[in-house]
Design a binder for this molecule. Structure first.
Ligand SMILES: C[S@@+](CC[C@H](N)C(=O)[O-])C[C@H]1O[C@@H](n2cnc3c(N)ncnc32)[C@H](O)[C@@H]1O
Length: 241
């Protein structure tokens, strides 16, 4: 399949496609980190209101909407024997369980949790706990190397203040995904992101000198991701703690 965007020097490739159609063609056993933010909120038909994103619900596919682990089954052959897997989701125990069960099927075990902390979470309808956390559940297969970017321990959280315009309704902050990529992937290592959205992981990889393959169904988001690669400061979601 022809990429939507390719920078051979930087090793960045973006496909405008359904990931199910692209993943089987990725070179086997080449990916160091599969880091992605699957459309979990959209599956439940709530919270995300973008028309393009809602339309995703109506596409025929391999049934990953009903069986969230299916995308991983298709992506897994591209991953190295020793590799990292990071899946963004809600922070509830049931989400951790779902991601772990799916990861275990392909030989991954639980490694750690990276938390996104929203200083100003959206108000809920009921006076109960706020929804201030989003999790990236981290798994590993074998003993892939932790990079120790600054020779010290790496915080497993990143805090943001939400507000202002966004590039995607489910946008992840550049700073948060930078921490994960830098800690887990060696320079020139390869990151795979089957649900790219507006491309914060693409931008992080570009800035950090990691290779990247991203796949996104909605062309507008592909265009935004490509523009991020040339305007490296464009990230409108929150900021560092
Ligand atoms: C949760 S969003 C990712 C948002 C991203 N983290 C960001 O910061 O912009 C998931 C994305 O997956 C895309 N998507 C849904 N189904 C897809 C599929 N089968 N193949 C590729 N992309 C898909 C949606 O269009 C959406 O942009």
């Amino acid at each position: 399949m022809t990429p939507y965007y390719e920078d051979a020097d930087a090793g960045i490739t973006i496909y405008h496609a359904r990931c199910e159609d692209v993943l089987p063609s990725i070179d086997p056993a080449t990916v160091d980190l599969l880091l992605t933010d699957p459309p979990y909120g959209i599956e439940r038909g709530k919270s995300l209101r973008s028309r393009e994103v809602r339309d995703v619900n109506h596409l025929d596919g391999l049934g990953w909407n009903d069986k969230p682990s299916d995308w991983l089954r298709i992506a897994e052959p591209a991953m190295k024997t020793e590799a990292w897997l990071g899946e963004w989701s809600g922070a509830a125990p049931v989400e951790a369980h779902r991601c772990l069960e799916s990861a275990k099927r392909f030989g991954f075990s639980s490694y750690h949790t990276f938390m996104l902390v929203k200083r100003n979470p959206p108000p809920g309808l009921n006076p109960t706990f706020t929804s201030s956390l989003e999790a990236c559940w981290l798994f590993r297969r074998g003993r892939p190397k932790f990079q120790h970017p600054r020779g010290t321990m790496v915080p497993n959280w990143y805090s943001v203040t939400l507000g202002g315009p966004r590039l995607h309704p489910a946008q992840k902050p550049l700073g948060a995904v930078r921490v994960i990529v830098e800690a887990l992937v060696p320079r020139d290592g390869l990151v795979l992101d089957p649900f790219m959205g507006s491309g914060p992981i693409a931008q992080a990889c570009h800035e950090l000198g990691r290779r990247y393959i991203g796949i996104e169904l909605v062309e507008d988001y592909c265009r935004i991701a490509v523009s991020r690669l040339s305007q490296q400061t464009l990230d409108l979601t929150g900021g560092p703690a």
